[in-house]
Design a protein around this ligand. Structure first.
Ligand SMILES: NC(=O)c1ccc[n+]([C@@H]2O[C@H](COP(=O)([O-])OP(=O)(O)OC[C@H]3O[C@@H](n4cnc5c(N)ncnc54)[C@H](OP(=O)(O)O)[C@@H]3O)[C@@H](O)[C@H]2O)c1
Length: 218
């Protein structure tokens, strides 16, 4: 079992992932800009779990305390959060869930100059950090009820094969089928797909469309 810190884990996506990983037996640390907010989020998750499996810290302390660090903040907070934890995450697996949405046109794909949010993360954190991207296509609606089966697949991109294997297992622990979707350069597809799904959600009046890979034995 692993210690996983979720920066911005007080929000929708991060708290859902934290709930599921804690239920699977991992030690989960919720990170926040404010330690008290993280602690309050941890209390809520522990109440749902019925055990003390989650604690809360400020983002930098959370990043220092875990082997695997997950980032779930809005794109507007991406660079500032990365800069704040750059030293703390050296040598670690860093899972970037951020989608580079540019409100108000969130159903239009708008990639940053670096090519993708995760490429931006790799550039900023440096080569000693194993940046892997995952979960961009999983709506928080699916995550928040830990008994709800998730039928959507996860695309995992990154340049370190072992790190991707770890994240694929973490997805399985949280109840999702994940696929090695190639190098970090391919993350542009997973990040862009989220805008496509947001558009589908709006047109079909649903909250949580997703994708599923077919044609391969599962
Ligand atoms: N929600 C979904 O269904 C979903 C699905 C797939 C991917 N994503 C992606 O996952 C990421 C998180 O989404 P979310 O819905 O969980 O976001 P959220 O709930 O709006 O925000 C998550 C956390 O980010 C921190 N944050 C917010 N504004 C910030 C700022 N200006 N500076 C620094 N930190 C800030 C807050 O934590 P503190 O105040 O505690 O610091 C907040 O609780 C986004 O990039 C999103 O595109 C979301």
């Amino acid at each position: 079992m692993t210690t996983i810190s979720i920066l911005g884990g007080t929000g929708h996506e991060g708290s859902g992932l934290g709930l599921r990983w804690a239920k699977a037996g991992h030690t989960v640390i919720i990170g926040s800009r404010a330690a008290e907010k993280a602690q309050a989020a941890a209390v809520e998750l522990n109440a749902k779990l019925g055990v003390e499996a989650v604690r809360g810290l400020d983002n930098v302390s959370a990043a220092l305390a875990a082997e695997i660090v997950v980032l779930t903040v809005p794109y507007s907070a991406h660079v500032s959060t990365l800069e704040s934890v750059r030293e703390a995450v050296q040598g670690k697996i860093f899972v970037d869930v951020t989608v580079p949405l540019v409100p108000p046109k969130v159903s239009r794909v708008q990639m940053p100059a670096a090519g993708s949010a995760s490429q931006e993360a790799q550039n900023l954190l440096g080569p000693n950090v194993k940046v892997v991207t995952a979960f961009q296509n999983i709506s928080a609606e699916h995550l928040k009820d830990s008994d709800h089966p998730i039928e959507c697949d996860v695309l995992v991109c990154g340049d370190d094969k072992e790190a991707k294997t770890v994240v694929i297992q973490l997805a399985a622990d949280a109840g999702m089928k994940a696929w090695d979707a190639g190098p970090l350069a391919n993350a542009v597809v997973a990040e862009g797909l989220t805008s496509v799904l947001i558009g589908l959600n709006a047109r079909h009046k649903v909250k949580s469309s997703g994708i599923r890979i077919t044609g391969i034995d599962r």
